[in-house]
Design a protein around this ligand. Sequence first.
Ligand SMILES: NC(=O)c1ccc[n+]([C@@H]2O[C@H](COP(=O)([O-])OP(=O)(O)OC[C@H]3O[C@@H](n4cnc5c(N)ncnc54)[C@H](O)[C@@H]3O)[C@@H](O)[C@H]2O)c1
Length: 439
Amino acid sequence: MNITRRTFLQTTTAATLGFPAILRAANPNSKLQIAVVGCNGQGLYDLGQIGSHPQAIFTGFCDVDTARFGEADQKFPGVPHFQDFREMFAKLGDTFDAVQVSTPDHMHAFIALDAMRRGKHVYCQKPLTHTVWEARQMRLQAAQSKVVTQMGNQIHSAGEYRTAVKLIRDGVIGKIQAVHSWQGNNGNGFTKLTAPPAPGPVPESLNWDWWLGAAPQRDYAPDVYHPFKWRDWQDFGGGTLGDFGAHILDPIFTALQLTAPISIRGENEGLNPQTWPSAETISYIFPGTAWTAGGTLPLTWHDGGRQPEPALAQMPADKKLPGSGSLFIGEGGTLLLPHVAMPQLYPQEKFAAFEMPKVAGASHYHAWVEAALAGTKTTDSFDYAGPLTETVQLGNVATRLPGVTLEWDAAALRFANQPEADRLLTKQYRDGWKISAVG
Ligand SMILES: NC(=O)c1ccc[n+]([C@@H]2O[C@H](COP(=O)([O-])OP(=O)(O)OC[C@H]3O[C@@H](n4cnc5c(N)ncnc54)[C@H](O)[C@@H]3O)[C@@H](O)[C@H]2O)c1
């Protein structure tokens, strides 16, 4: 097994970008040794993509459910197994440089912060975290540890999204007056459950206590949480906005260089104390940027079958809005960006002769491996993904206080006008699973 000697490299790329000039890097001629936490579901796809880089090598596989290693083993035989990531981190010591975090959302921050505090580079699935406060800690810790990070919204690097960013930046539809984003899903089937279902026997292969991790104690029940179905539950996931916001809002953040909203207002159908709503509309107001038309930019999120008024797109009458995507309304036309397909420009007559530029996509995964080896920066590092995730999770705060306009003081990490809402910026951590703030 190749044990990498860590070196500290100063790179012009990092310096020119104005980000921490020194990022902790492995030896670029060597391999990046990676430990995986969450080896099936999206984690299996992630490790397949990361492991396809010739300089990536896995030194540990961790999954709380030992029945879920099989496919990862087929792809990469012989990697040691662990059921508890804390044991894996301790045992691997210096024989890992980086961590892939692909667990359910409620454990991202707990695992990724531990890894960064050990000086490890992190690829962490979207949404980066389960709460606003955690997203802030991830950004601060990544900067303090000077590690190379990437959020797992891989479409960030896709040609379709990059094309949309280029069109907006090129001013093809002029300055942007408003944006709407939507996702057709209304949860994954559990949004109507108002209480945890009857307990059932825990599968022998699963350590339910470790799966729960930082979340409040509850009994295991078959087929409603693990695997995949945890998303609808407030204790574990972020509902439709949490699931898709980091994907769909990403090209808007990149193109318009958004950071933190000024205010957020939500309303929904079907919210209850256990599960996320079956439909919602979240109205964000952002400060204007060089790419927006006014002093502020309204950005509206719709889900559960809700969509913006199709007439806003200025499409021909026989065209329909896609099931999910974004609509940029510019001073000189509209840009419709389906999730995920090439952007479309309207009104059609105006852009009939427009030649769509070809913008190549890239592997989001390989970009992280290469940046970690070279000590450079990714485009989706936690100083970008943190504020994007704060915005997503601020929407989930607003949906729990329907009809209330929350004025956001990003610098102070609190609501300027609704101090009682501040408690929703974080959550209760189970004893033994507390996260300390970045000091
Ligand atoms: N980028 C994308 O396109 C995309 C797509 C799907 C899911 N995701 C994200 O990937 C993450 C995983 O989602 P999923 O649908 O694969 O969930 P899942 O429940 O299907 O799979 C999670 C895996 O992690 C394991 N696991 C759970 N808790 C663990 C822990 N504490 N330690 C180690 N292993 C643990 C589970 O046993 C399972 O194998 C989520 O954050 C989700 O939002 C991203």
